[in-house]
Write a protein of this length. Structure first.
Length: 144
């Protein structure tokens, strides 16, 4: 069953997603970052070139010829799923394909609309019997 983690009280969703992607990569995990739109996917991919400042997180789009061997896939369509390790959801709704992944990561900012959508996703997963873990990032660093 998919392990689901909510990271809450986040100031910047994309920065936190970059940090979590870098940690997953450092641990040898493959990540699909599921963005809400093409613009966010492009912005996130650019951020991965500079965060962390002293390292590089290999990433590409799912259509890239090297996607099958690239550890971080940045996508907004959810059509080509190349692995099943970690799904990092940046969308307001639960991804239809989340259950095929070993792990799902949800990031919740301080914005009230984002928190409302996250509460709905939390209920959605809980009502389907998934065990949910919460990590308050206002209190500690982000574990993965």
């Amino acid at each position: 069953m998919t392990q689901i983690d909510f990271y809450t009280h986040v100031g910047n969703k994309l920065q936190t997603a970059c940090a979590l992607s870098a940690k997953a990569f450092a641990r040898g995990l493959r990540v699909l970052v599921y963005c809400p739109d093409a613009e966010t996917a492009t912005r996130f991919a650019r951020m991965l070139w500079t965060q962390p400042a002293i390292a590089f997180v290999p990433h590409c789009a799912p259509q890239d010829p090297l996607a099958a061997v690239t550890p971080v896939i940045v996508d907004h369509e959810g059509v080509t799923l190349l692995h099943q390790e970690v799904l990092l959801n940046l969308r307001p709704d639960p991804p239809a394909f989340f259950s095929r992944f070993e792990r799902l990561v949800e990031i919740v900012t301080l914005d009230e609309e984002d928190r409302r959508a996250a509460r709905e996703r939390f209920r959605f997963y809980r009502d389907r019997g998934y065990e949910l873990r919460s990590h308050d990032l206002s209190k500690s660093a982000a574990p993965l």
